[in-house]
Structures are given as C-alpha cells and as structure tokens.
Design a protein around this ligand. Structure first.
Ligand code: SF4
Ligand code: SF4
Length: 278
C-alpha cells in the first residue's frame, strides 16, 4: 500500500531536517535554506551519457522502478563564502564545511529515503561525492547534470552550478518510486551573466591556476591538481579527510555566489571584493 507524497510535503520535510541539523563541532552552522527540484524519470535523462560522461548512469540503472528524480542544493552562508575569498588557499572553514555538508547530504538522503519508504516507496541513493572516473574526472552520477535536467539551476562558465540561491553550496540527488511530478525552479536557458551576453568572467579572474577559460570552460586536470595540492601541501587544510578536495575561489565573491546574478549584483560584488581585497 502506498500513500501519495507531494512536492510540498517533501520540501517541508527537507527544510525542517536541514534547519534542525546540528551545527558543526565548532558551533558554526554553514547552511542557508535548501532548494528542491523534482522531475519525472523520463526520456529527458537519456541524454546524460552525451552531456555528462559516456558511462553516466541513468535513473533506471539505479532503480528500475524509479518514477522521479529528487535533486537538492544546500547553499552556504554568506560569511563562509566571504571568508574563503582571502588569499589563494581555501580557508579551513571551507574544508570543514565541505566535510560537514557531505555528512549532511548523506544523512538527508537517508532520511528522505526512510520518509518515502514509510509512504510505501523504495528509493536509491548516491554518495554526495567521489563517484567519478579518476582518469577523465567526470562523474558517473553528476548531481549537477541531474539538477540541470530537473531545472534546479544552470551551469556557469566555471562549470559551477548556479541555482536561485547561487553556486556556493553543494548538491545531492536520489531516485524514488514516488511520483512527485516536475517541479523545476528555473526555466531560463542560462543564468550565468557571460552566457547571457553581459560582461563578467569574475570566475576566470579568480582562479589561482588559470583553470577557467571563457571559451573552453574548465580545465578539469588543472583544477584537480590544485585541489590535491591544497589538501596535501597546505597548513590550512592539514589533518582534514583525504577526500576533502577543495578550493572554491571561483565560487566566492563572484556575482553568482549567493543568488541569480544580475548586472546590479555584479556591481555590488565588485565593490565588496575591492573592499575586502585591500
Ligand atoms: S562569475 Fe560571472 S561569468 Fe563566472 S559563472 Fe558567475 S556569472 Fe558566469
Ligand atoms: S575550484 Fe579553484 S582551481 Fe578549480 S577552477 Fe575554481 S578557482 Fe580554479
């Protein structure tokens, strides 16, 4: 026996769970209100091996009886984004937030699964991170590409994922038998200023190793090498988990960090950037 579950009920469940989630050990709460999009697990997802990675899984590979995709974004607080702006090495809190958010995402996915199980629906989960091919550095289950198809956000020049709450944050997704319908949050083709014909490319300028290019997008190998050297060769991240591959300089104090970018937000961001960089 199953009981229908609506998008609104699931969204309220998720918001309450994240709102009540305990702070990190240092007492810092890194998160704003999460965003949720759902989509029917239909033929739109067949394009994943073409646009993401050739061996990208399809929703039916995870759960043959799956009817919907659930994808969510947990945005970071403004203070954390601004703290990570300083210097060329990520701040320790950025690394701690990465670890805490991975735990939150994994735990939230388990809670959503149990919530839906109580209503009579099975679900299949995917880990928050490190489900990628180590050679081509492309995910076999890309939360960003899933979010793109479901209408949670759009890609920036830097391959970061811009949602209505910006790109500074992390994504999670799962497949479920519950029929939740299509609930996109974004209908625009693009959200990135540069892709919409405005001047920006702040993310290109902010990358400390030149891994972002206006025409070619992101050089994944260059970026990955930087994440590895940050983790293994800097004092800021010493002692953190071996999977804490972080940088995020192209995600912070850029016009798309905390919301949908506009030319006005770009001006404000430039002013804050100039002020904080002196
Ligand atoms: S910083 Fe500017 S160019 Fe880069 S992704 Fe964001 S809006 Fe696009
Ligand atoms: S995460 Fe860091 S190294 Fe990678 S593209 Fe962004 S700024 Fe460059």
């Amino acid at each position: 026996m199953t009981t229908p579950v609506t998008y609104g009920e699931l969204n309220a469940f998720m918001e309450n769970y994240v709102g009540d989630y305990p702070s990190a050990p240092e007492g810092t709460n890194f998160w704003r209100t999460p965003l949720l999009a759902t989509a029917r697990a239909d033929e739109r997802f067949d394009i994943l091996p073409k646009i993401a990675a050739p061996d990208h899984s399809l929703p039916k590979d995870l759960l043959s009886t799956g009817k919907s995709i659930i994808v969510f974004f947990i945005p970071f607080i403004k203070d954390l984004a601004e703290e990570n702006h300083h210097g060329k090495i990520p701040c320790r809190n950025w690394g701690l937030a990465y670890e805490a958010t991975n735990d939150l995402i994994n735990s939230l996915c388990t809670e959503i699964r149990d919530f839906l199980e109580d209503a009579g629906y099975h679900s299949a989960l995917v880990p928050a991170t490190h489900n990628f091919d180590p050679v081509i550095l492309m995910a076999r289950w890309s939360h960003k590409h899933i979010g793109y198809i479901a209408g949670l956000g759009r890609f920036g020049v830097n391959a970061q994922f811009i949602t209505p709450s910006g790109c500074a944050g992390r994504l999670g997704s799962l497949v479920t038998e519950a029929d939740l319908g299509d609930h996109p949050l974004v209908s625009e083709k693009e959200l990135c200023l540069h892709k919409n014909g405005h001047k920006c490319l702040a993310c290109v300028r902010r990358c400390p190793v030149g891994a972002v290019n206006a025409n070619k997008g992101i050089d994944r190998k260059k970026c990955w090498a930087r994440l590895q050297s940050n983790l293994h060769e800097t004092r800021e991240l010493s002692g953190l988990q071996q999977t804490t591959d972080v940088c995020g300089k192209c995600q912070v104090l850029v016009p798309c960090s905390l919301g949908i970018p506009t030319p006005e937000i770009k001006k404000e961001t430039n002013l804050i950037y100039a002020e904080k960089s002196v």
